[in-house]
Ligand binder design. Structure first.
Ligand SMILES: [Zn+2]
Length: 81
């Protein structure tokens, strides 16, 4: 389930909302207003199993057909070295 402290930095998790970003092929999908538990120190986000399922459902809808969304510009930069 959801840890009550961050497993990376031991910071405290607070309930909030975040953006979930994932790349599918050449498209970047950003899901806004995702309920999450967010670390107050490193901003790592944790999702409940229910939220993860809803994210998966949205990504599946994006993969399999047109979905109502707003196209965004994305900039891709490669880190050198
Ligand atoms: Zn943290």
């Amino acid at each position: 389930m959801i840890p009550n402290q961050c497993s990376f930095c031991r910071g405290t998790l607070a309930e909030g909302k975040t953006e979930f970003m994932v790349r599918i092929g050449s498209e970047i999908i950003v899901i806004k207003d995702v309920p999450a538990y967010i670390c107050d120190q490193c901003n790592e986000s944790y999702f409940t199993p229910d939220t993860s399922r809803r994210i998966d459902a949205i990504l599946e809808a994006v993969r399999t057909g047109p979905v109502c969304g707003k196209p965004l510009a994305a900039i891709e930069v490669r880190m050198e070295g």
